[in-house]
Design a protein around this ligand. Structure first.
Ligand code: NAD
Length: 432
């Protein structure tokens, strides 16, 4: 029975007034209701999807380098597994909470379904600041966390991946801890590992690559030549730099790129290869710029395509009216707040949602899982070709709903996701 005091059961998403403060859980639920309104699905399925299947909360004690013991709290929220094992990242950040994991886990359910991957959604993490931990402390934290959640993860059960504050090395430790306890090397328990222990070629670049592929498909759909398309990219990290460089390579003119310090603006086109990404030289974009503008100015530049690829909630009620781009392709997760989304829709700005545009990461994670299970690595060329094919297939499915139902691109993506999940629930029924 639902407890009266359990925040998950208090339906916070039902009473959202200002989406400025909307949590991941509220957003995930709002999108669920919104998509359900367009579909003739059993209301009991929507009711089930409002809640996670299980949320695991564990205590993670570690010995610090100075010999003291510190106790952290870790979570793994498993939302829905009707289409396959749970899949989603592990985040190490001081703000990690149970609710945040549930909301982000729901987002993963929609993302995997829109891509038609045989996975459900999950998210987890530890409320800890990785910047305060040495590498050996982080390793001990990861190994102990792996032990605490060992019974509920596994290649056929729940497959974590890197997220904020975690990286391929974290996944290698997790895989090793799990494998040691299981008594067999099990690379498929996590994705986003270094290739030397079963990681996939092309995984790191995949979210940015998918953003670039979707931008290309948007241009094709709206009869724009990539060579005549101008692009502004906020954030020059894994997603932003990879997307910008590919689009530049494919002939688009990237006129602005930015990092936390500001934006480089070159109306004739930024030489994206010569600007160091966050990984290559952190926060150095403006050091190489002749003309520096602010991140706010970048968002309202008169370009064809705007790619927010840094943070969530950057396109707001305040600046949405000033967005001059014809298309927004969401590289970051949740860059557009819901009121801004409505303003952009009214103004005829097409917003291609995060669950489609940046889904290259989870798609190549799926390829990694297949490679691990089959004990056979794919070439980078094969990974990129198959990623392109998956992105095109997802785009076609979303485009078809967009055209038939006369909805926004975001609604079309959620409709595709929810109808697939609902169909699977209907086919499997309710046990017992
Ligand atoms: P990253 O850490 O590699 O890079 C982030 C970039 O954003 C850096 O250039 C940083 O300087 C910049 N930035 C930070 N604060 C900023 C601010 N206030 N204004 C402008 N720029 C700012 O991060 P990433 O992996 O590229 O992730 C970016 C976004 O994409 C996040 O929302 C993340 O959740 C999302 N995302 C990442 C992946 C992935 O696998 N990397 C997959 C899907 C979605």
């Amino acid at each position: 029975m639902a407890s009266q005091t359990d925040p998950l059961r208090d339906e916070p998403g039902d009473a959202v007034e200002s989406s400025e403060s909307e949590s991941a859980l509220q957003t995930a639920r709002r999108q669920l209701y919104h998509a359900a309104d367009h579909l003739d699905i059993d209301p009991s399925i929507v009711e089930r999807l409002k809640y996670p299947k299980k949320v695991h909360e564990v205590t993670v004690p570690i010995k610090r380098d100075d010999g003291t013991v510190e106790v952290f709290t870790g979570y793994r929220a498993q939302h829905d597994s009707v289409r396959g094992p749970f899949k989603g990242g592990l985040r190490y950040h001081p703000d990690v909470t149970r609710d945040e994991c549930v909301g982000l886990g729901m987002w993963m359910t929609w993302k995997c379904a829109v891509m038609d991957l045989p996975f459900g959604g999950a998210k987890g993490g530890i409320a800890a600041n990785p910047k305060d931990l040495s590498s050996t402390e982080k390793e001990r934290l990861t190994r102990r966390f792996a032990q605490e959640i060992r019974d509920v993860i596994g290649p056929n059960q729940d497959i974590p991946a890197p997220d904020m504050g975690t990286d391929p090395q974290t996944m290698a430790w997790l895989m090793d801890a799990y494998s040691m306890q299981e008594g067999e090397t099990t690379p498929g328990v996590v994705t986003g590992k270094p290739p030397v222990v079963g990681g996939s070629e092309g995984r790191e670049e995949a979210p940015g690559r998918s953003v670039a592929i979707i931008t290309k498909l948007v241009c094709e759909y709206y009869d724009r030549k990539l060579k005549e398309t101008t692009v502004a990219v906020q954030g020059y990290g894994s997603v932003g730099a990879n997307a910008a460089r590919l689009l530049d390579e494919w002939g688009a003119t990237v006129v602005a790129v930015s990092d936390v310090n500001g934006a480089m603006y070159e109306p004739e086109g930024v030489d994206t290869a010569s600007v160091p990404s966050h990984d290559e030289e952190p926060e150095a974009v403006t050091k190489y710029a002749d003309t520096v503008i602010s991140n706010d100015e970048l968002l309202t530049l008169d370009v064809d395509v705007l790619i927010p690829a840094a943070l969530g909630n950057v396109i707001t009620e305040e600046n949405a009216k000033a967005v001059a781009a014809d298309f927004v392709v969401e590289g970051a997760n949740g860059p557009t707040i819901s009121t801004a989304d409505s303003i952009l829709a009214e103004r005829g700005v097409a917003v291609i949602p995060d669950i489609l545009a940046n889904a290259g990461g989870v798609t190549v994670s799926y390829f990694e899982w297949l490679q691990d299970i089959n004990r056979r690595a794919w070439s980078l060329e094969r990974v990129n070709d198959e990623l392109e094919a998956e992105m095109r297939a997802a785009w076609d499915a979303v485009r078809s709903e967009f055209e038939q139902r006369d909805v926004t691109w975001r609604d079309a993506a959620y409709i595709v996701a929810l109808s697939r999940i609902a169909e699977a629930h209907e086919a499997r029924g309710l046990w017992p």
